[in-house]
Design a protein around this ligand. Structure first.
Ligand SMILES: NC(=O)C1=CN([C@@H]2O[C@H](COP(=O)(O)OP(=O)(O)OC[C@H]3O[C@@H](n4cnc5c(N)ncnc54)[C@H](O)[C@@H]3O)[C@@H](O)[C@H]2O)C=CC1
Ligand SMILES: O=C(CO)COP(=O)(O)O
Length: 467
């Protein structure tokens, strides 16, 4: 099937029933990148996004074109800005200029990154050799970067979001809408907090999410990819976000499951660390597939325990299984974990991140720590052997080889006891104990279970593995 036909065959779940919505009206006289134009021309009549075509969206934008600001300019931030800028040039309901907040830094030649971006249209540090577009303006001043913006795109390593939100208080339009492209979560005193929730609560605005199988460097060169917008209840805004990012080579759909989408993007980074570890151990595809399967099970269980509203189908969108696969095959988390494993766990993730990523950041190690904090607080560790083991390996309490020794079975109590009471465990039992599915488990697909069934399931796994 030609790719354009694939697009048209797909449907937006929870949306208006079609992936397309507005090929968009090309603004007279607006600049259009040649590469971009050819992509459109290859698919005459192709709709992008799920909004209603012209009649719907266009009318709602007649009063004031939206102004998009991108907060963050790393690898994905730069690509997100490029996508938004392409659509801002093309569509009449967006203002041309897309301002991008840059965390300022001095490059090795002494120049400031934001100056270089504005001079060359290229983020030479985080996305070299890709033009961002003539309408992208790099701004190191957070306040002016978001001034008058009606659509705020948050895209930075998750550890920085709290500080950025503090600085943005009182500086944004109260009617602004936000979207988070950030994969990660935070542990507050009151428990886990998703990044979209953090943004929403701190700034008092609606926040959707966009996640998917989105290795930034591939989208930057316009290789076909998909993404999922997760929204809470404002479908009209979700339609707008699809218009901000969607192109023929970047197909965006939306689902009404903001927590499900965000947790997929967040948790798969832990599984990608595990995948990198087995790569570094020299293990083959079967092992990696097993790690991905076990990881997916833990992602589903964890998500549903935290948010019973999370929908099964979300795991089959781009944000779910597809992102898990691409990150386990080609992401930065995988890459650094592979190196960690090859060094036998003797060099830290922090050190390897600096050495291998040139300023880009890993999210998986920190996420494993945050998730483990919750597992421990809830006494759920033994129901999440892969998540727990990744954290124990990343903190160098277990060797990289433990990833295959402990995954898919509950870690023995003695190991956890050693780990948290006497420092690093010194012995690593090798006997495997399989956990047979209970009668209930066999008859009810796990993803169909109610939260109380899931809790019961978690208890059964735990009991069957305690020694
Ligand atoms: N790169 C990718 O392929 C994808 C990344 N993501 C997610 O997007 C988010 C952002 O990642 P990237 O754009 O790739 O960033 P990155 O990892 O490439 O770059 C790090 C960014 O952090 C900035 N930074 C450093 N110190 C800072 C500070 N103290 N305060 C604020 N910013 C600071 C740097 O200037 C740089 O822009 C992450 O949550 C990541 O998981 C999601 C999909 C794909
Ligand atoms: O989220 C990603 C792809 O969707 C990128 O993953 P990494 O951060 O591991 O590169």
């Amino acid at each position: 099937m030609p790719w354009s036909a694939c697009f048209m065959a797909e449907r937006t779940r929870g949306g208006s029933g079609r992936i397309g919505g507005g090929r968009g009206q090309e603004r007279p006289g607006a600049a259009t990148a040649a590469a971009d134009r050819s992509a459109w021309d290859m698919a005459p009549g192709l709709d992008v996004g799920s909004g209603t075509r012209d009649g719907g969206l266009l009318n709602s934008y007649e009063a004031e074109p939206d102004r998009v600001a991108v907060i963050g300019s790393g690898n994905w931030g730069s690509v997100a800005a490029r996508l938004a800028a392409t659509n801002a040039r093309r569509l009449p309901y967006f203002q041309d200029e897309v301002r991008v907040w840059v965390y300022e830094e001095k490059l090795s030649n002494g120049e400031l990154l934001s100056d270089v971006i504005n001079k060359t249209q290229e983020n030479v540090k985080y996305l070299p050799n890709v033009k961002l577009g003539p309408n992208v303006v790099a701004d190191p001043n957070l306040e002016t970067a978001v001034k008058n913006a009606t659509m705020l795109v948050f895209v930075m390593p998750h550890q920085f979001i709290e500080g950025i939100c503090q600085k943005l208080k009182g500086k944004i339009r109260p009617d602004a809408k936000a979207i988070s492209l950030i994969k990660g979560m935070e542990m507050g005193d009151d428990g886990p907090r998703l990044i979209s929730r953090e943004i929403s609560e701190q700034l008092g605005i609606d926040c959707s999410v966009l996640m998917g199988a989105n290795i930034a460097n591939e989208i930057a060169v316009e290789q076909f990819s998909e993404a999922t917008v997760g929204y809470r209840d404002d479908k009209e805004t979700a339609d707008k976000w699809v218009q901000v990012f969607g192109t023929p080579y970047f197909q965006v759909t939306h689902v009404q499951d903001v927590e499900g989408v965000e947790l997929c993007g967040t948790l798969k980074n832990i599984v990608a660390i595990a995948a990198g570890l087995v790569d570094g151990l020299g293990m083959g595809n079967n092992t990696k597939a097993a790690i991905m399967r076990i990881g997916l099970k833990e992602m589903i269980l964890f998500s549903k325990l935290l948010f019973p509203s999370v929908q099964d189908a979300t795991f089959f969108e781009s944000c779910g299984i597809a992102d898990l696969i691409t990150t386990c095959l080609g992401g930065r988390n995988r890459k650094v974990a592979d190196a960690f494993s090859k060094h036998g766990g003797k060099r830290s993730f922090d050190e390897l991140e600096v050495e291998l990523l040139n300023g880009q950041k890993l999210q998986g190690v920190l996420t494993a720590k945050e998730v483990f904090g919750l597992l421990k607080a809830k006494d759920w560790e033994e129901s999440f052997p892969l998540f727990s083991t990744v954290h124990a390996i990343a903190t160098r309490h277990l060797p990289p080889s433990a990833i295959v020794e402990y995954s898919e079975r509950a870690p023995r109590k003695i190991v956890l006891f050693n780990l948290y009471n006497f420092g690093a465990a010194t012995s690593f039992p090798v006997s495997r104990r399989s956990v047979s599915p209970s009668k209930e488990e066999r008859s009810v697909p796990p993803t169909q279970m109610s939260p109380s069934q899931l809790m019961e399931d978690a208890r059964q796994i735990k009991n069957s593995a305690s020694i």
